[in-house]
Write a protein that binds this ligand. Structure first.
Ligand code: GLY
Length: 377
């Protein structure tokens, strides 16, 4: 625990990766400490780059720039269009050329200031520019604070699928200001909550039970509960990433629900009709059903997971999708291109029950039948 200023308690999470170790700070009003924090980790920092999107910049860019100014750090800011469709090779190219043109150098820190899209794209740009420049993540959505800004996955989408082009590249620092979540739409906050639930399902039944009794406060904006939940998720992720940074083993558990989710997102063209977290919610439902079908997960747990996701108004059934003008084979064909696929078909992260996940191989027919049932229910 750390106190930046009176009455402002900030939690600290250590991501232990040897010489690439870094800290995550979680709590209210952290944004205004950015300048001071950068001075703590970079010797003689004089300037930096910010990448943000139009929505975040219009709300919070002044606060970030003021904090840097107070610490005598000059910055150049680049703004990109919001939304998953910006995670494209064409947008990446624009960002790369703009940054090179700005005269950045190898030691110029790049601040990714936004949600998952900004974090993934700016993180990828940082990892390949001049063979790698320092990256700072300042995530501004619940989804990015609990998941995408932590652990070093960066990337963009391909026309063939989600996050198929990317790198592992750890940030030097993550600053998660819980105050900025207050301006998220209800829909975006709920979508981020699906990733919070994921941590309970993978890792910790007690956390899942805690969520069942605190989801209302969390989604209602209670700062203490929000800080607690984000800190829990970051700690859980930090432990997994410390053991398996490049996803050769245990880190794959963090993909619970994501193989289904990415296939749905691909089907809907990565547009806002289906947010990533909404797709994850459906993916969690399908993973629990698949786990039950092959005799891993007790039926009561499947029912409990559905009940909880329904209670927070996340999508749980096919009729919650924007449309279903496609069939189960189409979804399976998207899964063939999942980056975890081996020999043309992915393994699945399944649950032995709430709080215990494992990777299993499941046949095409079993998954296809499950999807058929899902679409006809
Ligand atoms: N979002 C899953 C991971 O970072 O491994």
């Amino acid at each position: 625990m750390n106190t930046f200023e009176k009455n402002t308690i900030v939690n600290t999470v250590d991501v232990k990766l040897g010489s690439a170790s870094y800290q995550i700070f979680v709590g209210p009003s952290i944004l205004q400490t950015t300048g001071e924090q950068l001075k703590n980790i970079f010797d003689k920092i004089g300037h930096c780059i910010i990448i943000s999107d139009e929505n975040v910049a219009s709300l919070y860019l002044d606060n970030l720039e003021d904090s840097l100014k107070c610490a005598n750090i000059k910055c150049k800011t680049f703004i990109m269009p919001p939304g998953e469709q910006s995670k494209s090779i064409s947008q990446l190219n624009i960002v790369l050329e703009d940054l090179i043109n700005s005269g950045l150098e190898r030691n110029t820190p790049l601040i990714a200031f936004g949600g998952g899209v900004v974090g993934d794209l700016a993180g990828f740009a940082a990892s390949i520019l001049l063979r790698g420049i320092p990256l700072i993540q300042i995530p501004t959505t619940l989804l990015a604070q609990v998941d995408s800004a932590v652990g070093g996955k960066t990337g963009i989408n391909s026309k063939y699928g989600k996050n198929l082009i990317g790198t592992f590249y750890q940030p030097k620092l993550v600053l998660s200001d819980t105050e900025v979540l207050k301006s998220l739409s209800e829909r975006e906050l709920r979508a981020g909550y699906a990733e919070v639930v994921k941590y309970g399902l993978i890792n910790d039944k007690t956390f899942f039970s805690w969520l069942e009794s605190h989801s209302e406060s969390l989604l209602g904006g209670d700062s203490e509960i929000t800080t607690k939940a984000i800190t829990f998720c970051c700690n859980a992720k930090a432990k997994i990433v410390a053991k398996d940074e490049k996803e050769r083993g245990i880190r794959a558990l963090l993909n619970l629900g994501h193989t289904f989710a990415h296939a749905f997102e691909k089907e809907f063209g990565f547009n806002n009709s289906l947010l990533h977290g909404e797709a994850v919610s459906l993916g969690l439902i399908l993973s629990s059903q698949l786990s039950y079908k092959i005799g891993l997960c007790p039926e009561n747990d499947v029912i409990r997971i559905r009940k909880h996701l329904e209670s927070v108004k996340l999508p749980t059934q096919a009729k919650d999708l924007p449309h279903t003008n496609f069939n189960s084979e189409k979804i399976c064909s998207h899964m063939n291109k999942d980056k975890k696929a081996k020999n043309g078909w992915p393994n699945f992260v399944l649950m032995n029950g709430i709080g215990e996940a494992e990777v299993k191989s499941v046949s095409f027919n079993t998954v296809n039948n499950l999807l058929n049932e899902f679409f006809t229910d």
